[in-house]
Design a protein around this ligand. Sequence first.
Ligand code: ATP
Ligand code: MG
Length: 205
Amino acid sequence: MRAVMVANPKGGAGKTTLATNLAGHFANKGRKVTLCDLDRQQSALRWMAFRDPSLPPVTGYFAGNQMLFNLPKEPDWVVLDAPAGLQGYKLSDYLRHVDKVVVPVVPSVFDMAATEDFLNSIRSEMRGRKAAIGIVAMRVDPRTRAAMMLEEFLRHFDIPILAYLRNTQNYVNAAAAGLTVFDPPRAKHRRDEEQWQNLLHWLND
Ligand SMILES: Nc1ncnc2c1ncn2[C@@H]1O[C@H](COP(=O)(O)OP(=O)(O)OP(=O)(O)O)[C@@H](O)[C@H]1O
Ligand SMILES: [Mg+2]
């Protein structure tokens, strides 16, 4: 079993979008995957409730109320969807259980400022496992000024940007139907799928 947590304390950064699509990717690869919802709002589980049972399956699991966190051992992959505002002992507890952390960041000054302390704290908690943290630039084109601002901001942290995901209604529409960009018909989402490849290689390393 391998576990990846998607986390950023800023609300609306794209955590659930990333987590559900990662789960959909692993399911479409024939892996046994559990989507572990750590958020009281249970958006990831709501997404699952929309998912057609004939699609590659994702198992859901709500763990937002657990005092002592435990991961299921049976699946090939566990994807954790963290809540906004995650910090302190809960964050430390989750970090102990996961192999990798993916942090979606929207390149706005507000989002970057809200993410700064979080990146510092996960970097110090995961000392010795520095290669286990990666950024996903959300809703951005890499050739823009916004992308340059994000790269500049991240230079201080020495954490890699693993993907740039464009701003597209494809994610909004897929979410509303319990789908991901990895579910059929894939031709519709080819451009989006391509943007995930580097992140997926990094996760499988
Ligand atoms: N690449 C994208 N293009 C367009 N819309 C996007 C993209 N990524 C996410 N969104 C939309 O942005 C909104 C916020 O995304 P999401 O719910 O994944 O964020 P979150 O970090 O999980 O939020 P919360 O902190 O409330 O849990 C959603 O409506 C989602 O559909
Ligand atoms: Mg969410």
